[in-house]
Design a binder for this molecule. Structure first.
Ligand code: NAD
Length: 291
């Protein structure tokens, strides 16, 4: 069993981006600029955004963090997005999800300029991705592809089971794995909460991507010997032995599943680290596009 080490691969991606950014600076060119919008005080969202802003600084990107109270109106938020769309100094815009209930995620995602949509959630980017055209690929599935590529994991002809069909992880992941590409060419089964024979399907899988948000859901009896297991889940579970009062759990019962796998991602240190690296790739691409 080999660990797919997201920390190491993400570091390599970030170092390569830093070198390219240093070169831009030397040439007197503008460095990439990411604008992150954070609404409210959700603990997990605060952590994700802080880590995105910190990574921008490490690479040498500019970043702007725009914070709003959870009570901000949809109209005000859309106005801010419009401003950012028209601000030529900004290359990429991300609005951290989830949003407060009174704000439509769909309207907000649709309002972001397609060429600044570094999260890759805009329907135009999703549509291009589906057709295999150049686009911003949603950061989590993109990060997983980078990880598979780094470890030369063969996907051609394999049966991949993706558990979870969200627009930001499961569904794009299933499409990308099915593409006629070096990290695609799988036969893909997309499972969700209404899938009846999940265990049977998982037992047939060469590659399993668990993205359902249920801690330690995937157990050893659901995984065949030699499978590749990608754990996307991040759930905070109360744990009084931890300083913060919670532990982070993935969707895979790592201790029992890992010994059966050929490759497996840990949580933390797997997909999460890769998601930020992929967002940074998209931001560099956006800046190059604007230049
Ligand atoms: P979501 O809640 O939007 O979607 C969950 C999906 O899982 C749904 O499609 C649902 O049908 C399916 N599902 C739920 N219960 C199921 C069951 N018992 N059997 C089969 N399918 C089931 O979640 P999401 O936004 O896709 O996130 C999933 C997990 O990934 C969460 O833990 C989230 O925190 C994590 N996440 C991690 C990263 C990262 O960078 N590592 C990024 C995004 C999300």
């Amino acid at each position: 069993m080999q660990i797919l080490d997201g920390k190491i691969v993400a570091q390599a991606v970030k170092e390569a981006l830093k070198q390219k950014t240093d070169l831009l600076q030397k040439e007197g060119k503008k460095t990439p600029h990411l604008a992150a919008v954070l609404i409210g005080t959700n603990g997990a969202s605060e952590t994700y955004v802080a880590s995105k802003v910190k990574t921008c600084a490490e690479i040498g990107y500019m970043s702007t963090l725009i914070r709003f109270e959870a009570s901000i109106s949809e109209e005000e938020l859309l106005k801010k997005i419009d401003e950012l769309n028209n601000d030529t100094s900004v290359d990429g815009i991300l609005v951290q999800l989830p949003l407060p209930k009174h704000i439509s995620e769909e309207k907000v995602i649709n309002a972001i300029a397609v060429e600044k949509d570094v999260d890759g959630f805009h329907p135009s980017n999703i549509g291009k991705m589906v057709q295999g055209q150049p686009s911003y690929i949603p950061a989590t599935p993109y990060g997983i592809l980078l990880l598979l590529q780094h470890y030369n994991i063969e996907t051609k002809g394999k049966h991949a089971v993706v558990i979870g069909r969200s627009n930001i992880v499961g569904r794009p992941m299933s499409i990308l794995l099915s593409q006629n590409s070096s990290t695609g060419n799988c036969t893909v089964t997309l499972c969700h909460s209404h899938t009846r024979n999940l265990k049977e399907l998982c037992l047939q899988a060469d590659i399993i991507v668990a993205a359902l948000g249920k801690p330690e859901f995937l157990t050893a009896d659901m995984v065949k010997e030699g499978a590749v297991v990608i754990d996307v889940g991040i759930t905070r579970v109360e744990d009084s032995t931890k300083k913060k009062g919670y532990a982070i759990k993935g969707d895979v019962h790592f201790e029992t599943v890992a010994p059966k796998c050929s490759f497996i991602t840990p949580v933390p240190g797997g997909v999460g680290a890769m998601t930020i690296a992929a967002l940074m790739e998209n931001t560099f691409l956006a800046a190059a596009h604007h230049r």
